[in-house]
Ligand binder design. Structure first.
Ligand SMILES: Nc1nc2c(ncn2[C@@H]2O[C@H](COP(=O)(O)OP(=O)(O)OP(=O)(O)O)[C@@H](O)[C@H]2O)c(=O)[nH]1
Ligand SMILES: [Mg+2]
Length: 345
């Protein structure tokens, strides 16, 4: 999963990047990339049991798409827009602190509206061209229908996230990289004062995702500092601030929630591993994550729960206790299922 951090100059993108992906940055074409492993206690516990050669967590790549963006008009330069199009999730880092280097006072509502408009206009210009081309070709297929509907929606000032589209509709838009369709996290980057102030309570409460959009708050400056610490030092620092965990952990949970991701696990003496998938994915399709051969030659999935394994002591004991479930290709995978695939190539 690629998460693109974007926003206006000096909003704290690079600071937030350091907080979310500490110490892992590589630079490519003016963009900082940072990979992190998604902490998952289930992988750790499976690994304690199997003592595998390898432990593999789900990975997230953060991209700091860089500055640019004219604060007066909100317009992002083309190279920044291109980076934003490459993201699976966009994070709008909104400045919620006074920055002496900038002429304008912090105003989260202003910047949020400006950013939303900007994405909308970028999409509108893509869709208007597409609509004109389709009309000229007198196209009457689903792609043409969706294009008409989507363009009208944008003309009404609504982001494509709020347009009802089914999977087949979405498939017709796959090559368009529309920004107002990309799931969005609005991340209020608050000053230390605002962060601890009652007035920001509403901003700080993570909002339930609606229309592929959610909002939450962070104090980038503090979190970047937290991220430089590890182990006991970090725990002590967090405790001193009255925080239970780094904001990164909450951020990851929210990103998973936004994308409706769950994880299944595979486990054995070679590797214990977490595999993120969309909720509702069936066993055979999920197998394709592991290897396309397994999807093609799928026979069945043997499924058990981590707790049951630890209780019975081994997969063989699980089997004789009848706790190993056999499921077919249409079985809907659940979060935390440990899966052994049986397949044939
Ligand atoms: N008080 C406070 N200052 C912050 C916070 N986050 C960032 N800053 C400061 O704001 C300034 C800009 O932060 P950056 O992280 O460089 O912002 P940016 O969005 O990457 O900036 P550009 O890449 O130039 O667009 C720096 O001086 C940071 O120290 C915060 O949460 N609180
Ligand atoms: Mg920066």
């Amino acid at each position: 999963m690629r998460i693109g951090l974007c926003g206006y100059p000096g909003s704290g993108k690079s600071t937030v990047f350091q907080a979310l992906a500490p110490g892992s940055s590589t630079e490519r074409g003016g963009v900082s990339l940072g990979n992190i492993k998604v902490p998952d206690a289930r992988v750790d516990r499976l690994a304690e049991h199997f003592k595998p050669k390898k432990k593999t967590y789900a990975e997230i790549t953060f991209m700091d798409v860089g500055g640019g963006g004219r604060p007066d008009t909100g317009a992002f330069p083309p190279e920044v827009v291109q980076q934003m199009r490459n993201a699976d999730v966009l994070v709008h880092v909104v400045r919620g602190f006074e920055n002496p280097m900038l002429a304008k006072d912090a105003d989260v509502a202003r910047d949020e509206a400006l950013f939303d408009d900007e994405l909308l206009l970028l999409d509108l210009s893509v869709m208007e061209k597409r609509r004109a081309r389709f009309r000229k070709e007198s196209r009457k297929d689903r792609a043409a229908d969706v294009t008409e509907k989507a363009t009208a929606h944008l003309e009404n000032g609504e982001p494509l996230r709020t347009l009802e589209l089914d999977d087949d509709d979405l498939a017709t838009l796959r090559d368009t990289q529309l920004l107002s369709l990309t799931p969005l996290i609005v991340l209020y980057n608050l000053s230390e004062e605002l962060w601890s102030d009652d007035a920001s309570k509403a901003l700080r409460e993570a909002k339930t995702p609606s229309h592929n959009r959610l909002s939450m708050a962070i104090c980038g400056a503090i979190e970047a500092e937290i991220a430089t610490l590890s182990g006991e030092d970090q725990a002590e620092f967090l405790e001193g601030l009255g925080l239970g965990e780094p904001a990164r952990d909450e951020f990851i949970r929210q990103a998973y929630r936004l994308l409706d991701l769950i994880s299944f696990l595979t486990a054995g003496p070679d590797e214990c591993r977490a595999w993120p998938i969309r909720r509702g994915t069936v066993a055979r399709k999920a197998a394709g994550k592991v290897h396309s051969d397994i999807e093609r030659g799928f026979i069945r999935a043997e499924i058990y729960q981590l707790e049951e394994l630890l209780e019975h002591g081994s997969e063989a004991a699980l089997k004789s206790a009848g706790k190993m479930r056999l499921e077919g290709k249409e079985y809907v995978i659940r979060d935390g299922d440990v899966v052994n695939y049986r397949f044939n190539v």
